[in-house]
Design a protein around this ligand. Sequence first.
Ligand code: GDP
Ligand code: MG
Ligand code: ZN
Length: 311
Amino acid sequence: MTRRGSKQDELREGRVLESVGGVYRVRLGDGGELEAFVRGRLKQGDRPQERIVAGDLVEVSGPGPEEDRGVVEAVQSRENVLIRAGPGGRRPKVVAANLDRAVIVMSVVEPPFSTEVADRFLVLAESCGIPPVLVLNKVELPEGRDVATEPAELYRSVGYPVLLTSAVSGEGLEALGERLGRGTSALIGPSGVGKSSLLNALDPGLELRTAPVSRRKGRGRHTTVSARLLPFQKGWVVDTPGFSEVSLWGVDPDRVAEAFPEFSGPGEECRFRGCTHVHEPGCGVKRAVRDGQVPVERYESYLGISGASEG
Ligand SMILES: Nc1nc2c(ncn2[C@@H]2O[C@H](COP(=O)(O)OP(=O)(O)O)[C@@H](O)[C@H]2O)c(=O)[nH]1
Ligand SMILES: [Mg+2]
Ligand SMILES: [Zn+2]
């Protein structure tokens, strides 16, 4: 005879794959899936950090007899969260939790590459404590490879891994697959750069929707609606919707410098503690820029981003 045990006995561990209208799709330890909802205290969190998102590790109970859905009873504390600002000053959004890396996808052409946009995504990842990898996609397009050379060199010199890829020719997919094959990776970047296409090329079974870059704007349309965690080889990948506007949220302007790893050595030489590396005399970072040790493009991005995040 089986008796219903205590609540505690019925809890099962799982990972949230996606949330759709308040219902969470949860992958259980045994590989099964379950839909679950949240009730009571867990639901009320007003702060964005408290909402349950893709990647969260949860404990679920149920479903009981004749119920379709279980209940999320607890959420484990997170290693980190990827947060993006709400467009036009709307509330910031937690995109996904517990990530091992942020794969920042940029296209070299269509849409054209922008150092400052790449830097904004890098600062976003760094400020969330998620190690970045930079992917330069669409290199098979005419001039693609030429355009990729400079940023590839720049970001490697700063210390970031850089991969050159094409979802069309297949170049670089093996290397990308190795990176994505373990742990949890979120693909982030502007719309239309090929995030979903790269994942489809690596695993056609994923069948992610992709959209042509719109002619008029030269920008992609948004096709991925919410972040989804997808099992990939021995790991997980999160395909995210295009971040059309990468304003930074929660990054203290004084701390933007910390998101530029190449500033840390020269920054120790600054005359003043708490130097912002903007107007202070005896600034080690500015000296390193003059000496060519810190790339001037990166310093300019820093000025733009730290200034913009002040407001
Ligand atoms: N030429 C070329 N086009 C690509 C490549 N990757 C993606 N695309 C195209 O770029 C457009 C946007 O791709 P999509 O995967 O939806 O971009 P996402 O918004 O970043 O997910 C689609 O028309 C794709 O076919 C690539 O490596 N080379
Ligand atoms: Mg997409
Ligand atoms: Zn300084």
